[in-house]
Each structure stands twice: as C-alpha cells, then as structure tokens.
Ligand binder design. Structure first.
Ligand SMILES: NC(=O)c1ccc[n+]([C@@H]2O[C@H](COP(=O)([O-])OP(=O)(O)OC[C@H]3O[C@@H](n4cnc5c(N)ncnc54)[C@H](O)[C@@H]3O)[C@@H](O)[C@H]2O)c1
Length: 614
C-alpha cells in the first residue's frame, strides 16, 4: 500500500470501547442493561454487513420455527431452502424427490437454491440438515453469510422429529440409531459455523432471545461467557466487526464549504451532528419506502433524542419519483410541516431521494438548509456530494434542477448493510471511476482490496473517503461544470446511452452497471484511438469483471440495438455541444481528460466492433 492516506487499518484500538457501545445501541456489553429490541436488531443487521444469517443444524433443531421468529425480530426476510426446493420441483415433496431422483439429485438442487438465495438480499436462511455438509455450499455460506448452528442434544431431536414423521432419512426401523449416526457425521462439520446456540426445550420466544443475545455478543466480539450464560458459544468465530475511525472530507467552497463525515453508526449520531450545524432547527426527512422500513427508525430516534422535531415524507422507491408530481408533493409536505429556511430538509436514501429532496430544498422558500444522509454506495461516493439536484422530464434525465450544496453529508457504512449486492456493485463502479480519472494508486489499491471493500466496514470507509476526497477536489475547482468537473462523467456518455436504450429498465441495467460498461468502453475507445494501451483497457475490464460487474454491451440481457441506435442515444445526452460529442478519454489509468469534438465516424466504427465483440 503505497499511499499514506490508504492506511485504513490504523487507530482501531482507540475506538474499540466507543464502537462496542454503538454496536449494541448505546448499552455497553459490560453494563448488562437491556438493549431495546430495535437497537439490537439494527446492531445485528449492521454486523452482518449485508450478509445473510444462515441457520445450520439437524432436522428438528429449530431452524424453521426459531428462524421465522428470529427473522421477524431482526427485521429481515425469512427464507427456507427446503421450501424453495419444493417450489422449484413444482410442489413435489422432499421425501418424493428423494424417492424418485435420489439424494444426489436433491443435494444438487439444494446447492443451486442456496447459491441463488445467498446472491439475493440479506435474509435469515434456514438450510436443510445436510446442506452445510456440502463443501461448495459451505464455501458459499462463508463468502456471503454468517452461519449459526442450532446445537441440540440427541434426546431433544428425537422427541421433536418423532412428532413430525416426514423426514426421509429417518424412515427406518431404528430412527434413534440413524439420528445418532447422522449426528456423529455432521457435528464435526457443524462446529465450523461462526456461532453456536444450544437449542433447548423452552418456548420459542425464549430461544429467539437467547439467539439474539448470542448474535449481539458476536457483533461486539464479547467473550462467550460474559453475556450468554452458557447457552451460546463461539466455535470458529470469524473476525467480528472492527472498530472504525470516522473520516471527514471537506468540500472547499468558501462560505458554502461543508463536511462529508464517513464512518459507522452515524445514523445513530445524526441528532448530535444536526444540533451542531443547525441548533434548534426542525427537520423534514425525505426518504423512500424501502429505506423508511430499514433505516428511518434509527435516524428518527436519534434526531428526537436530540430534541429535533421531525416529519417524514416517504416516496415510492425508484427513478419514477424524480418527477414533477412527486416533487410538487414533497415541496408541499415540507411547507405543511412548517419547515423554515433555517430548518433542515434531510435526504435519507439513494441518489433518487438525494436529487429529489435536494431540488425541493433548493426551491422551498428559495432555499432551505439541506443535509444528505446517503444510504447507497453510489450516493455515498457520488450523488450526495457536489450539489447537483434535480428531477427527470419526458425529454430526459436530470433536465430540470439546480446546483444546491448541502450543509453536511453523513455517509454511514452501516446503512449499506441492507443494500442489495447488485446495488452495492453498481456503486462500486463509481468508486473505480475515481481511480481511473486521476489516481492510479487508488485503482491499484482497489485491485488488491476489492474483496475487503465488499465485506469489511473499515475498507469501505477508506474507499468512500478516497472517492469523496477526489470528487470534492474536482467540485471545489469547478462547481458548475464549466471545465474539469466533466471528468466525473468518465464512462457516462456510453453508460447514459445504454440506460436510455434499455428504457431505464432496472431489471436489465442499473446506472452503475451502465457506468461499468462505459468505463471499459471509454478505455477501449481510447486504445482504438492510440491514446492508451489495450492492456490498460483490459486491466480495467478484468477488475470490474472480478467483482461481478458487466463490462461488455452484450452483457446486457436482451440487447438488440446497433451502433447507430447507440449514436442517436449519445446525441440526446445533454453533454452534446453543437452536434459534436464530448468524451472523457484516457491516456492511461489515472490519466483521463476531456476530449471535445470527437468525430462521429470514429465513434460509429468503434461501436460496431464493440457490439460485435464476443
Ligand atoms: N446528483 C448527482 O451528482 C448524481 C450523481 C450520480 C447519480 N445520480 C442519480 O442517482 C440516482 C441513482 O442513485 P442510486 O443508485 O442510489 O439509486 P436509488 O436511489 O434508486 O436506490 C437504489 C435502490 O436501493 C434502495 N436502497 C437505498 N438505500 C438502501 C439501503 N441502505 N438498503 C436497502 N435498500 C436501499 C432504494 O430504495 C432503491 O430501490 C439516479 O437518479 C441518478 O441520476 C445523481
């Protein structure tokens, strides 16, 4: 690691005590006081870092019955791998699948179903008793989940499974012996789970609370005996969340300068931050329905604890909310809530909410104070910084809006814990963009640390801070995009055209995926013009592919358009000046520049080759 600014692992120890407090909602592990249910759920979701909680154990150990209640308690969806297999087999029961196709076929289905579920949004996932025995599934769980084993004694299990009688492996004359043999085989492997909880014959609610206690202790890295009274223990506990040192990046815009604070647990501290910049102010929180469900309670609680009067304005998730009708309603709701100029309009959400709420803040009473609390990676590294706000019109994206800077940005990496992986990846494309614009060291660091950025809060804080510093530097030089700020559009001329041609259908392409393809296209186009080497372009593509981003136009599902359609879409982009196309091209990694008046024929011929490329 060659840059001093990238030494993100320093100073962890100093924050250990402080972070332990945040992790369990203000109660220290030592104090032993009860943790409010929502706080503990939030702390556990935060410690899961966007991974699923995978329940492992024998038949009858409580994976489904406890799992469903646990999921509800944690505010996560519950998924049952066996139920999904039955659904995939058009309702055929598991004993029937075993009887008709054999165990090998069943295990194969199970492996695929679990891989699919782990690739989706974080959930509590109950797996069948044999699932964790499969090496591939174990590796997948390790990569995308935190495993929790319900460890139950032989007599407890036997009693429970006898009550049911639908377990194919126990259809024998001596189920007790079969169960014993299965336990002997499986328990050494189950012991590899991250957390183990003793499954006892107590009411389900008691088991749920004991499991939550175990998860909280795991989340703060507490020693097993301190809080868990012997009902839980850690087997091969992976590193619990590391303490995080927050970082502050200043956007230097004179008397409109503001801070971007990047760290963990910031939603919980938002009240203190707001009280500091706007003492006595009331706050209208604009958010979307997804984020309202997942993040709003913690934010509201924090603001109200600091004596801040709050109103929540909730819009539909998605690009459709960046529209005149929704903008009108948000403005009216802000006025209805008696928000004055010195009060705060706060955007809690991704780029859609940030752009919409920012434009409303710029417009209501000719400008109210504005704070961004971005909850997607894209918003944390890009849209919340720099003051571009606005909505879409039938003529195109972002065509009505204003430059309006926030007074503060709070980027809480814990908020990313609930973000779907696909959205996280999309934001990562924008992170890579900063390396490619003018920071080859950062790109190299990302090549070496991508896995950490996808899994580790400290690495995320570092990547987001470097990205924000890079954007802040460019914005301070050219706030209203008269020159250099256009560099931030690296990959976007291609990306926007792709988005337009798929009609902004997020099933096929989300913004960041368009940017990923656009970044590779910008480098390949630069190489075709002899500006940079093909090796550089390939290096960019390799890195983005490695993290699971699309890099070729053909990667877009159902792509049928040709080079001329792409050109047309590019000409509709608002960055077209007098018919000539402006591109951001590169002389190498970290050496991008604004290239004006690019010949249309060169672009067409490049696009033809690209669309034909395998
Ligand atoms: N202003 C700027 O400078 C700028 C820069 C880049 C992009 N943008 C704009 O940003 C928008 C795209 O932003 P985006 O990618 O953040 O999309 P988004 O705001 O639509 O969020 C993506 C999805 O993630 C959900 N979500 C948000 N936070 C979540 C969380 N923590 N957990 C679970 N789900 C969560 C949202 O509900 C939504 O469904 C576009 O409208 C684009 O034009 C603006």
């Amino acid at each position: 690691m060659s840059k001093s600014g990238l030494n993100f692992l320093s100073a962890r120890c100093r924050l250990l005590a402080m972070n332990k407090m945040h992790a369990i909602g203000g109660q220290t592990a030592r104090s032993g006081g009860p943790t409010p249910p929502e706080d503990s759920a939030r702390a556990i979701r935060g410690a899961l870092l966007g991974r699923s909680l995978v329940l492992v154990g024998m038949m009858g150990s409580g994976k489904t019955s406890i799992g469903q209640r646990l999921a509800q308690r944690l505010g996560l969806p519950f998924k049952d791998a066996d139920a999904e297999i039955v659904a995939a087999a058009a309702g055929m029961s598991i004993p029937d699948i075993f009887a008709k196709y054999g165990e090998a076929h069943f295990r194969d289905c199970e492996r695929r179903v679990i891989a699919r579920l782990l690739a989706g949004e974080p959930c509590v996932l109950a797996t069948g008793g044999g699932a964790f025995m499969d090496e591939t599934t174990r590796a997948r769980v390790k990569e995308r989940g935190v495993s929790l084993w319900f460890d139950a004694a032989h007599d407890v299990l036997l009693r429970r499974v006898r009550r049911k009688g639908d377990r194919p492996l126990l259809q024998t004359s001596d189920p007790a012996a079969v169960l014993r043999r299965l336990m002997d085989e499986r328990y050494p492997v189950y012991r590899q789970a991250d957390i183990a909880v003793l499954s006892r014959d107590v009411p389900h609610e008691v088991m749920v609370e004991e499991t939550v206690t175990a998860l909280l202790a795991w989340a703060v890295g507490a020693p097993e005996s301190a809080t868990t009274q012997g009902f839980t223990r850690f087997m091969t506990s992976r590193t619990p969340p590391a303490p995080i040192e927050p970082q502050t990046v200043e956007v230097g815009l004179g008397d409109r300068a503001y801070d971007i604070v990047i760290g963990a647990g910031l939603l919980e501290q938002a009240g203190e931050h707001l009280a500091r910049i706007a003492p006595g102010a009331a706050c209208a929180i604009v958010t979307d329905a997804n984020v309202a469900r997942l993040q709003l309670p913690v934010l509201r609680h924090s603001l109200e604890r600091s004596g801040i009067r709050t109103t929540s304005i909730i819009v539909e998730p998605g690009e459709g909310s960046k529209s005149f009708p929704v903008f009108q309603r948000v403005c009216e709701d802000i006025l209805e809530a008696r928000i004055e100029r010195r009060d705060v309009v706060l955007a809690l959400g991704g780029g859609v909410v940030g752009d919409l709420a920012g434009f409303a803040a710029a417009s209501v009473r000719r400008g109210s104070r504005f704070v961004q609390v971005p909850t997607t990676l894209l918003a944390q590294v890009d849209s919340s910084v720099g003051g571009k706000t606005g909505i879409n019109t039938p003529q195109g994206k972002n065509l009505v809006g204003a430059f309006y800077q926030p007074s503060l940005v709070l980027a809480d990496v814990d908020a990313l814990a609930t973000l779907p992986l696909r959205e996280f990846r999309a934001g990562y494309a924008e992170v890579v963009k900063y390396g490619l614009i003018d920071d080859a060291f950062f790109f190299e660091w990302l090549e070496n640390n991508a896995s950490a950025v996808f899994a580790d809060r400290a690495a995320r804080v570092e990547a987001i801070s470097v990205s924000c510093r890079s954007k802040a530097k460019i914005v301070a030089r050219d706030e209203t995009e008269q020159g250099d700020r256009a560099l931030l559009n690296l990959g976007h001329t291609f990306g926007h055209a792709l988005e337009r041609l798929v009609h902004y259908d997020s099933e096929r392409l989300v913004h960041g995926e368009g940017v990923a393809i656009g970044l590779v296209s910008a480098f390949r186009f630069s190489a075709s013009l002899g500006l940079c080497s093909l090796q550089d372009a390939e290096r960019v593509g390799r890195h983005l592919t490695r993290v699971g981003l699309p890099t070729r136009i053909r990667d877009i599902p159902g792509w049928r358009d040709d080079a001329d359609a792409m050109l047309d879409a590019m000409f509709q982009d608002k960055k077209v000046e007098r018919g000539a196309l402006t591109f951001i091209l590169a002389r190498g990694i970290g050496r991008s520049f604004v290239a004006k008046r690019i010949e249309v024929d060169a672009v067409r011929s490049f696009l033809k080759d690209e669309i034909a490329r395998e």
